[in-house]
Design a protein around this ligand. Sequence first.
Ligand code: ATP
Length: 490
Amino acid sequence: MKIFLSFIGNNDCFLPGKKGAVISVLEQIQFDKAYLFYNHEKYLKHGAEIQRYCGKHFPKLKIILHQAPALNPTDYNLLYPAMYAAVKENLKKDKNGEYTISLSSGTPAMHSCWIFLVKGGVINAKMIQVSIESGISEVNFNLDDFPEIRQVKNIKAEMTRLSRENQILKNELGKLDFDPIIGGSREIINIKEQIKILMNTDIPVFIYGPTGTGKELVAESIHYNSFKKEKPIIKVNCGAIPPELFESEFFGHKKGAFTGAVSDKEGKFKLSDGGTIFLDEIADLPRVMQVKLLRVLDSGTFTPVGSTKEERVNIRVISAANNDLRELVKNGKFRQDLFYRLVNAVITLPPLSKRQNDSILIAQQIISKLNQKYGKNKILSKSAADLILKYHWPGNIRQLKNVLETAHIYPGEEIILENKDFFDIEPFDIEPVEQFNITIPENGIDLNNEVLPRYYEAALKTTGGNAAKAAKLLGMKPHAFRARLKKNRT
Ligand SMILES: Nc1ncnc2c1ncn2[C@@H]1O[C@H](COP(=O)(O)OP(=O)(O)OP(=O)(O)O)[C@@H](O)[C@H]1O
């Protein structure tokens, strides 16, 4: 749509034998719409004359008279904000218009403001001037004619360039900006190298490793070191979403789409647009959702539940699981096509027990954080360090954190650990079941009400209160786990 913008000036009325600049332009160039601005009511009369004339001669042209109120048409301080607001308001209505602005009507201050609006990037428009002698000509000077404006533009570009160069140099120096992953073992150094290679690409990354080994930390590290770091990283625990809510969680829903949808809700894909979506426990994604996820990854589009409008997103996908997805594909539990879409690059996290002395480095960092939090100055005892190195840590770093958090509570300057501290946290790792010395009372035992509840609570303790993860430790579905827990607690 071709749109014309101009102020109405004193000469834009029909003096005998003379048509003003506005009419001259409208007679020579065909527009669909003309916004004629005036700063004061007295110009409305001229506007109405132009409207009448055009209505007769160019009936298809739509003329809109728009007030940009500024008491004094030569006062830049009043004029510029009024014109800025008027332009912004009209741009909203005709976003994709092809704009032409006339600099020939109105005061010199108005002309200058037009130039600032165009050259400042507020409106993308062609500027013209019109005179009896030379007719219509385009005003097309270069920004280089304005050293000050050019400087500001260049500073912005320069800053972007420098920040990119800085990032590249940092990468070359082997440093990550955001580096929460503690460890000096060969395994962890390799993982950081992989993060550096992958962080500024859009390649989908799959992170594989046992529970509590830092999969989420690696996903954050990729995101917060990437150019997308200013955009969100949205985490979704696929193992914790009830099957019936998957679609709404991922794609969002419209009000009234189903019982309980009391308002519109944006889904995780929309929320992570421009950034990263981290799909944790991807192996738990039901097959029906696997197809839908594949579609989003292929087309970049999805449709919220209850909507007919497709939405487009641009996201980086990082997924994680502690199961070997290849096995699940072989067993027909995970779609092969989705597997190939997600697993372009794989980062494998080793268990803590395979990371040489990293467990001590991590333990020291955990203790120093706890010291800061509680205003203490505790250190790890030699015997505790030995135990940490010897123990096999089935719950990995999360378990180490829990053990140290509990041990930190006790008085004394040193953190002391005993065997029982580990066992309390990890009830399944005490000893093989055959070695248990269990005696069942003659009147029997109520497994459901007396024994299992202790395991539910212990599993919750291991996962730091995360019910979905606790359910997983016990091989239960999250909703079944929650229901049992609720029942046992009441
Ligand atoms: N190398 C590390 N250095 C310091 N802290 C770590 C490291 N790895 C993991 N952690 C900490 O251990 C805890 C568990 O890590 P995270 O949640 O990333 O593990 P995960 O592999 O995603 O676990 P899950 O499979 O159970 O979801 C977090 O508190 C995390 O900050």
